[in-house]
Design a protein around this ligand. Structure first.
Ligand SMILES: [Zn+2]
Ligand SMILES: [Zn+2]
Length: 194
């Protein structure tokens, strides 16, 4: 298969033949990637921003926002099956630390990021743990499904803005606009219930 790979430290990346995605383990799924989104983090990796230069270890397949079709599921995968359309989760938590075991996996102390610390999804196929995949209604356009992870970040940012009664937005980026829409819809809801 082909993938977008950061082959060496420094600016740029190449689209080149890459080893096939690993066979799914017992609780993994393999997805044929049908849509991906480019995030600011991807731009930082591509440009070799100093933050990413300290963290990313090439060679690495880039990308962490995607949606696609399940083509193979491990024997112990419970909720997903071949043909399902899923979106990928960026954060990969360990499942074993205190935070993970107390329902706070989003602040796992050993958190890894797909496409930053481990192989990413800018490839024809991607293998991931079933707990990192979210099932989609097949009526949702695949491009929208790909942006689901980004949307979750905006919901999180929007909520924090609502609680703090202020929201700092940077430029006219899509994430800022989404967060703003979320804050507005929450305010509308609150006004309606007054
Ligand atoms: Zn992102
Ligand atoms: Zn953990």
């Amino acid at each position: 298969m082909h993938a977008v790979v950061k082959t060496v430290p420094g600016p740029g990346a190449v689209y080149e033949p890459w080893a096939f995605a690993p066979k799914p383990g017992l609780r993994d799924i393999q997805v044929r990637v049908e849509a991906t989104s480019i995030c600011g983090t991807d731009m930082q990796i591509y440009d070799w921003h100093e933050l990413m230069a300290k963290r990313v270890k090439p060679p690495l397949v880039m990308g962490h926002e995607f949606a696609g079709k399940v083509v193979e599921a491990g024997k112990e995968v419970s909720d997903l099956r071949e043909g399902d359309i899923v979106s990928g989760e960026t954060h990969i938590n360990c499942g074993r630390c205190f935070q993970c075991r107390t329902g706070n996996g989003h602040i796992c102390e050993r958190m890894l990021l797909r496409g930053v610390d481990t192989g990413g999804c800018f490839a024809e196929y991607h293998t991931l743990h079933e707990s990192s995949a979210w099932l989609n209604d097949k009526r949702i356009p695949i491009e929208t499904a790909s942006a689901r992870q980004r949307c979750s970040c905006c919901v999180c940012r929007g909520h924090s803005g609502t609680h703090r009664r202020s929201l700092r937005l940077r430029s006219n980026r899509s994430m800022s606009n989404w967060a703003l829409q979320i804050v507005r819809s929450q305010q509308d809801l609150r006004n309606r219930h007054r």
